[in-house]
Write a new protein. Structure first.
Lengths: 261, 258
């Protein structure tokens, strides 16, 4: 088996003594460049999983290895995007995208001297998501979908090895959502970073991911693992094919079962 | 139509000021109120004109003691706000104390300050400071304490230090609140310095009013009130303009949402 990039070994996390475990007995491994999706009912500890993965929270029990090393504190090799775009309203789109470079080494040290070069890089990545011409606009001048695109650009500008997405398309309308699926698919196809996508949209998970994990209600456990063997590159058309629907159905049954219990 | 409306909006404060002055003048004349009780508007402005030299001479100390106290209030207010706003422990521990402190009438401090520092500009400066730092502290603290957790996660996952989160996100997003608090604080600072001058001072508008009172020159006292209120209003406007300049993103953002 190939060397795992992210490796969870019997991981438990309780936020405090009284509330019980948020996640239980999580064991999974993610290959370098793999696109995984985690689906589950709301409040199942999906976001907790993200915190564990990025080192924002240490596990109560078990080990989390990223890139072969135990996670001890925040990792600089991750990029994150959430359901809310969380752009800074006092910064232009371009400056928002540049934010990680002001924080992460080695960019931070020579940020001032290389600003022009970094701005070019930010412009290039904004162009790949179709935001060219909006670099100098402020977030509130952009639509929700455009803000979310910018948020994804911000997550990718420092070329992270691991991209964590927490329901990034949850607040968007159906058309914009499918459009951004394709944007994300193309970015991933091109750069092959490792992605952890947390979502409650099964179609989204199946369309984008290599492997989908289903989580149970809190305390979150992984109750199913499904490899998506649909050929790549995937076109949006694939979501209307029978085999696609069959996989979505299968996952839906897992979720339905945990919701009933 | 729209431009006409805007013109009315612009002139509205002046119209109301005119109405106020006119009704002041008329009521004094109609009811024949004694000058020693309530001087008319014209008498007050005449006193202002006649004693212009003395008033200006005393306006300057009031102005600069207020501004120094206000400056001190900004420095201490922001520092305390940062401390309180960036740590839950500090917030829980210090905030009740600050509230308790703020409940003390600042005029009650003046005699103590006079005992400590003697009669002069120092008690006025310090009273202005004591009265004006609280709103600044509260607003900075609220701005920092309400950073979106996801945003903090984004930055912390990148390895940002607390100081970086504060600098890149916390302080910029507190700016609209900060400028709003400055507008409150500057007017409070004038209250502080004048109250202190009224109690113990050898210069300043407060002192001028006190000496005018001792000789029953009531119109001059009203002239003093007018000067204070003009100073405070001008400074308020300065900070209102500064606010609009510095935090245009906040108000424009609201316009866009509407």
């Amino acid at each position: 088996m190939a060397q795992a990039f992210v490796d969870f070994e019997r991981v438990y996390l309780a936020y405090d003594e009284t509330s019980g475990n948020a996640v239980e007995d999580i064991t999974l491994s993610i290959r370098q460049g793999e696109f995984i999706a985690i689906v589950g009912p709301s409040g199942c500890g999906k976001s907790t999983f993200m915190k564990l993965c990025t080192g924002l929270r240490p596990p109560t029990q078990g080990t989390v290895l990223v890139d072969g090393r135990p996670v001890a504190g925040p990792l600089k090799i991750v990029g994150m995007a959430f359901q809310a775009p969380n752009l800074l309203p006092w910064r232009t789109t371009l400056d928002n995208v540049l934010l990680p470079l002001e924080i992460v080494e080695p960019y931070k040290t020579n940020f001032k001297s290389s600003r022009g070069e970094y701005a070019d890089r930010a412009r290039a990545i904004l162009k790949t998501v179709g935001l060219q011409g909006n670099e100098d606009k402020f977030p509130w001048q952009l639509s929700g979908g455009m803000q979310q695109r910018a948020s994804i650009c911000r997550a990718l500008i420092h070329q992270p090895d691991l991209l964590m997405l927490d329901e990034p398309f949850g607040a968007l309308d159906a058309f914009t959502r499918e459009e951004l699926w394709c944007v994300l698919r193309d970015l991933w196809q091109e750069q092959r970073f490792t992605v952890v996508l947390v979502t409650h949209d099964l179609r989204e998970a199946v369309f984008l991911a290599d492997t989908v994990y289903c989580m149970s209600k809190r305390p979150g456990r992984i109750i199913a693992r499904r490899e998506i063997d649909l050929p790549r590159p995937r076109d949006l058309e694939v979501t209307y094919e029978d085999r696609f629907t069959a996989i979505v159905h299968e996952l839906r049954e897992h979720i339905g079962r945990v919701r009933k219990t | 139509m729209a431009t006409k409306r805007r013109a009315i909006d612009r002139w509205a404060p002046w119209m109301f000021l005119g109405v106020l002055l006119l009704s002041w003048e008329l009521s004094v004349r109609i009811f024949n109120i004694d000058q020693f009780v309530l001087p008319s508007a014209t008498a007050s402005f005449m006193a202002l004109y006649d004693n212009f030299g003395a008033i200006m001479y005393n306006t300057w100390p009031t102005f600069w003691t207020t501004m120094v106290g206000f400056g001190l209030g900004i420095v201490v207010g922001v520092a305390l706000g940062v401390v309180i706003g960036s740590s839950r422990f500090m917030y829980n521990g210090l905030y009740p104390l600050l509230v308790a402190f703020n409940a003390i009438p600042k005029a009650a401090f003046v005699p103590i300050l006079v005992v400590w520092f003697g009669i002069g500009v120092l008690p006025a400066t310090l009273t202005a400071f004591l009265i004006c730092f609280f709103p600044i502290t509260v607003n900075i603290a609220i701005g920092l304490a309400t950073i979106e957790p996801e945003l903090e996660d984004v930055l912390r996952a990148l390895g940002a230090s607390r100081a970086e989160v504060l600098l890149k996100v916390g302080l910029p997003r507190s700016m609209p609140l900060f400028f709003a608090s400055l507008k409150v604080a500057i007017t409070l600072a004038f209250v502080g310095s004048v109250v202190s001058e009224l109690a113990a001072s050898n210069s300043g508008i407060g002192q001028l009013m006190l000496s005018a009172a001792s000789t029953m020159r009531v119109p001059l006292m009203f002239a003093g009130l007018i000067v204070i209120s003009v100073m405070a209003t001008v400074m308020y406007q300065v900070f209102a303009v500064l606010e609009r300049r510095m935090t245009a993103w906040a108000t424009r953002g609201m316009d866009a949402q509407r």
